[in-house]
Write a protein that binds this ligand. Structure first.
Ligand SMILES: *Cc1c(COP(=O)(O)O)cnc(C)c1O
Length: 455
């Protein structure tokens, strides 16, 4: 049935500024601490890793941060992204709910990640960086940074979690097509990688290990900086173009969401979609329910501790207070590689502590069922990560049906699944397994929290 309802914005409606939620918080998040001194870190501590412009954004409390012209120019390749009404899904569910989704899969890398990779590449280029080192899980962030590096003339070195490196050769090919170098992590190139391989030559790697490798390379080379695709405030900030556009598109639709949903790995696509709505709520008291959807196999928000922890396995990063499963926790090999991080963005964690957002965890099998239902109803094949959001949306839409209430639900479809066909193949063949994550496994992770967590 051809009743596609799509809300498009003209190019000049690409937001001129990012939205910084730090300006509207009822109380600031806890400080980032230096692991040696236990004192809050200053800009100088971060300078070996990041350009000053990004360090400034990391700690800024200005509500609006202007998007540089050259960044907006690159955004024009795929922004503004479309907002759709999911009529097909509404029909399939026979729900009175109105479901809308913002689609970020139209970017060159196929996800929301270029919203920040382009900005990070721009600021690094401006401050004279020659090379960026980074990590990637499933390869989405690596390809987004490779794309941005190609446009701004930066060398890109990507440490890719070994299990994904072997399972997802096409993501590596995409990075290499953009001119990046992609190395399986743990690698022989860093002290971190060598130490891990000495202990376990067959290590399949983890995001925490890959982050350690990239940070090590950046810390030891003057011309090299580090780049992170999620978690940090400046990354979340860059993603707010999603929510800002969505607010305008919902206005055109003559609607406003009662519920906004996003999936959470490190929290960036979620934050980018919901912070602009949350900001309105904080300023004007507009009431929106906000739901974070995470995997049951890596449940930092629903089962993690809110504690100071390291962002990486080798403890090279500062200490941040976040919902964490412990920096040594290695999640099972679920296909939503982008959601396999032991921690959650400190800002998203803080909002959870303030009671401003809810969180739910879903199993892989039920997420794939939701993803396939969505693909059949809407035609767009979701990546395994946003399937978690789709699952939460379907659950909420079914509650609406039960209660006979027509709520408006908005979610972020943050990427397409075209590089994830092996995962679809496994699901359709019935070979995906959902392992129970035992409390005893979580306890092992918590035992590795740094002593400051007890304070
Ligand atoms: C990286 C990625 C995620 C997870 O990262 P967030 O920072 O939580 O958004 C989710 N979905 C897609 C498509 C990704 O590429």
């Amino acid at each position: 049935m051809s009743d596609t309802v799509k809300y498009v914005l003209a190019e000049d409606r690409i937001p001129k500024a990012w939205y910084n939620i730090a300006a509207d918080l009822p109380q600031p998040p806890p400080p980032v601490l230096h692991p040696g001194t236990g004192q809050p870190v200053g800009p100088d501590d971060l300078a070996p890793l990041f350009p000053m412009a990004l360090i400034g954004q990391e700690v800024s409390t200005e509500r609006e941060i202007e998007i540089p012209g050259p960044v907006r120019d690159v955004y024009r390749l795929w922004r503004p992204t479309p907002l759709y009404r999911a009529r097909g899904l509404e029909r399939a569910l026979e729900t009175p709910a109105k479901i809308y989704y913002k689609y970020e899969g139209v970017s060159p890398a196929g996800s929301h990640k270029p919203n920040t990779s382009v900005a990070q590449a721009f600021y690094n280029k401006e401050e004279g960086t020659a090379r960026l080192a980074t990590e990637t899980g499933a390869g989405q962030w690596g390809s987004a940074l490779a794309f941005a590096g190609a446009l701004f003339g930066l060398e890109i070195d990507v440490y890719m979690v070994r299990v994904s490196f072997e399972q997802k050769p096409y993501r590596k090919a995409l990075m290499e097509a953009y001119g990046a170098r992609c190395v399986a992590s743990p690698s022989e190139e860093t002290a971190t990688g060598r130490a891990i391989l000495a202990k376990d030559p067959t290590s399949t790697g983890s995001l925490g290990i890959a982050i350690s490798e990239a940070v090590e390379v950046a810390a030891q080379n003057d011309d090299t900086k580090y780049s992170l695709g999620s978690v940090l405030n400046h990354v979340l900030l860059h993603q707010t173009v999603i929510g800002r556009e969505a607010i305008e598109q919902m206005e055109i639709a003559g609607d406003y969401p009662d519920i906004v949903v996003g999936c959470t790995g490190g929290g960036s696509n979620f934050a980018g979609s919901v912070f602009p709505f949350l900001g309105r709520q904080l300023r004007d008291g507009q009431n929106v329910r906000i739901i974070a959807a995470e995997p049951a196999a890596c449940p930092s928000l629903t089962r993690g501790r809110y504690a100071y922890d390291f962002g990486d396995t080798s403890h090279l990063t500062p200490l941040v207070k976040m919902h964490t499963l412990g920096s040594q926790f290695v999640p099972s090999g679920i296909h939503a590689g982008g959601l396999r991080y032991h921690g959650m963005s400190p800002m998203v964690s803080h909002l959870k502590e303030l009671g401003l957002i809810e969180a739910r965890a879903y199993r892989q099998g039920e997420c794939f069922a939701a993803g396939v239902q969505f693909a059949k109803a809407e035609g767009i094949v979701p990546a395994p990560e946003p399937m978690h959001a789709v699952k939460a949306v379907i659950d909420e839409a079914l509650v609406c049906k039960e209660e006979g209430v027509a709520r408006t639900i908005l979610f972020n479809l943050c990427g397409h699944g075209h590089f994830d066909m092996q995962a679809y193949t496994d699901y359709l063949a019935g070979t995906l397994v959902d392992e129970e994550l035992a409390d005893s496994v979580l306890a092992e992770g918590f035992a590795g929290l740094p002593p400051i967590a007890a304070q």
